[in-house]
Design a protein around this ligand. Structure first.
Ligand SMILES: [Zn+2]
Length: 318
């Protein structure tokens, strides 16, 4: 009897600890520091092949190191290097190995490249496309989630955290990444793009691309029941967002790989302009979305939920 009481107490304390932990682990200052650094002028808009993106990669590597992530199997460090037209480029990848289902992979990602220095328009003085929303916000989320799950330390599945390069040039980073693993081992992918401004559904909401292609969205919705946050199907299906981000490569290989966003892409005047800066973002929106993803993914991370597969478009890699 005593033993049962102790076990119950222990369980209760663990659950309480998790509920409290999220606010201790992911708070506004932490999120602000990440996004401010990634979108600072010093990073020069993070164009692929530029010194600015190198600085961004170094920053992400240092965050991965301080969180305590490990390099991906087969890599010597966090940089996953490859070449395009003879020029070097790199994703940044960190791992938390799974406890009992290490072969089952769950991916959290965003893209850290952006447009770099672009031609100033009219009387604009600024020429740095800082890409604060696109996609420093997604990278911020990805790093914060790594910190959260590392602290929780209860992932039965292996968690992979990726900052993709060359998304803006055609998704080359995610294409390279997908060749480095067996897509059949990938349980799901949470790709995060542009969560810096309130979604059209209002406060505490985000949308999921390709919502009907798997039951990923339904699992996330179930895990958020009782919280103020809700996930919605992508309202911009005519924009084809499902095929326009880094989830597309793995999705074509059958992985329930979806993008989570809050951007009002149909009316966003700052999209791909020099005005996509930290000062235009709502950091409460970022924080709320990150915490919602953290909680909604928990059953997938712990291995109790598995999203249904997406029909394959591509049979095997080229
Ligand atoms: Zn983007």
């Amino acid at each position: 009897m005593k033993k049962i009481v102790y076990t119950l107490l222990a369980l209760l304390f663990t659950q309480l600890a998790w509920a409290q932990n999220i606010d201790k682990i992911i708070n506004k200052e932490y999120v602000d520091r990440l996004i401010k650094t990634l979108s600072s002028d010093e990073m020069e808009g993070r164009a692929t092949f530029s010194p600015g993106i190198d600085k961004a990669a170094t920053f992400i590597e240092s965050e991965f190191k301080s969180i305590g992530l490990l390099p991906m199997e087969g890599e010597t460090g966090f940089r996953q290097s490859f070449e395009m037209d003879g020029k070097p480029l790199f994703n940044v990848v960190g791992v938390i190995p799974g406890k009992s289902k290490a072969k089952e992979l769950v991916i959290f990602s965003g893209h850290y490249d952006h447009l770099g220095i672009i031609k100033a328009k009219g009387d604009e003085q600024d020429s740095i496309a800082n890409g604060a929303d696109d996609d420093a916000s997604g990278i911020t989320a990805m790093i914060a989630l790594a910190k959260y799950y590392k602290k929780l330390n209860n992932n039965e599945r292996t968690l992979i955290f990726v900052a993709f390069t060359a998304e803006e040039l055609g998704g080359f980073g995610s294409k390279h990444f997908s060749k480095k693993l067996n897509p059949d081992d990938v349980v799901t992918m949470f790709n995060i793009e542009m969560i810096g401004k309130e979604s059209k559904f209002g406060k505490n909401t985000a949308f999921i691309t390709g919502f009907d292609k798997s039951d990923f969205g339904k699992i996330l919705q179930k895990n958020l029941a009782g919280t103020p946050f809700t996930f919605h199907p992508d309202p911009y299906t005519r924009q084809n967002l499902f095929y326009r981000s880094d989830n597309a490569t793995l999705a074509a290989l059958g992985v329930p790989a979806h993008t989570i966003s809050t951007d009002q892409i149909d009316t966003d005047q700052l999209y791909h302009t020099v005005k996509d800066e930290y000062s235009t973002l709502d950091s409460e929106n970022i924080l709320a979305t990150v915490k919602a993803i953290a909680l909604s993914a928990i059953s997938i991370v712990k291995g109790t939920d598995t999203p249904t597969r997406i029909p394959r478009l591509i049979e095997k890699h080229d």
